[in-house]
Design a protein around this ligand. Structure first.
Ligand code: FPP
Length: 252
């Protein structure tokens, strides 16, 4: 399933197959309204619902959302607690609806520090939606791109201890089979809301040739209109993957 953009040209249609999103600006959305930051996260969940629905309708195959980074533990304790509670509530409330929409849910990241109840809900939600094929929704939670590459290397060497003596035999396609999103093609389009222009340790391996779209709007205001604006921009890009325009025209 995983096709590396550094090796072969993936198909590029008008609708991106895989979109990866950093949902930024929840706190500022709330502060601007004299509300606690946590109110922004609550509204952020509504935007997640809208994004899932809009992606499903437009034929996106994979939607990956950065919900909690390995660095987000540094936030004030009450905000971390609220975010965990939101994950739990959202999983409890939304899994049936996701399933009705044909959404397959997966959660990637180091889940071991999460409370057992949350880990159990994640496991159940993944099981319950495993047969769905309309949209692959991945939530990255306690995720970091560097963690992902490290865990991939560690799991590869555990599975193939012989490679420690022949490291030159490790290539991109072998290592990428051990990344936590090995089931998905690399993202075609990356969206970051909230005005910052950074990758913030999200999918750093997989974003090598992804088109990067940054918008000033805050995540709680994101919906179908904002998604279509990102698609319009995406369609205007020429994706060359290291080749020249002339080569692309000849499909080399
Ligand atoms: C970034 O905004 C957002 C987060 C760290 C959390 C994202 C979480 C949600 C949208 C809600 C939960 C999602 C699911 C899938 C249940 P920020 O707080 O950094 O905003 P700021 O930059 O304005 O401070």
């Amino acid at each position: 399933m995983l096709r590396s953009t550094t090796q072969s040209l993936p198909e590029c249609g008008d609708v991106p197959r895989h979109i990866a999103v950093i949902m930024d600006g929840n706190g500022r959305w709330a502060t601007k309204r004299f509300l606690p930051r946590t109110a922004g996260h609550v509204r952020g969940v509504q935007a997640v619902r809208r994004a899932v629905e809009a992606c499903g309708k437009r034929g996106v195959e994979y939607l990956t959302l950065f919900a909690f980074s390995s660095e987000n533990w540094r936030r004030p304790q009450e905000e971390v607690t609220l975010l965990m509670r939101l994950f739990i509530q959202t999983l409890e409330k939304e899994v049936r609806k996701l399933s009705d929409q044909g959404v397959r849910l997966r959660v990637v990241g180091d889940l071991s520090p999460f409370e057992p109840k949350l880990q159990e809900l994640i496991h159940l939600a993944e099981q319950r939606t495993a047969h769905n094929t309309a949209l692959n929704l991945t939530i990255a939670a306690n995720y970091g791109g560097r963690w992902d590459i490290l865990q991939a290397m560690q799991r590869l060497l555990l599975a193939r201890p012989d490679l420690a003596n022949t490291p030159q035999a490790i290539d991109e396609s072998l290592l990428s089979q051990y990344l936590s999103m090995a089931y998905a093609p690399e993202p075609d389009l990356f969206i970051r809301t909230g005005g910052e222009q950074r990758i913030s340790n999200f999918l750093i391996w997989q974003l090598a040739y992804t088109e990067l779209y940054f918008t000033d709007g805050f995540w709680p205001d994101f919906g179908a209109t904002e998604l279509d604006a990102a698609f319009d921009w995406y369609r205007s890009r020429e994706r060359r993957f290291g080749r020249t325009s002339a080569q692309l025209a000849q499909q080399i």
